[in-house]
Design a protein around this ligand. Structure first.
Ligand SMILES: [Zn+2]
Length: 71
């Protein structure tokens, strides 16, 4: 069981993937910073034109990468 200030971060952002190497235990503040930094990364990739938002899929898409979602 997790303590009140323990969060499990899914490294590949896939909540369905609970393999050990995909799980990273951290506190709430650290976890928030991971997601904030990821959000900023997506913002930078978007500005560079490396990814586009696809409203049909509801995800950010790249021609070179599989679709991914912020989670
Ligand atoms: Zn997370």
């Amino acid at each position: 069981m997790l303590g009140s200030d323990e969060h499990v971060h899914h490294v590949n952002m896939d909540k369905e993937d609970n393999s050990v190497e995909n799980l990273h235990l951290c506190d709430n503040k650290t976890h928030s910073s991971y997601h904030f930094k990821t959000w900023k990364l997506i913002s930078e990739l978007y500005k560079c034109g490396l990814i586009k938002f696809d409203p049909d899929v509801g995800y950010y898409m790249s021609p070179d990468l599989a679709s991914f979602a912020y989670d």
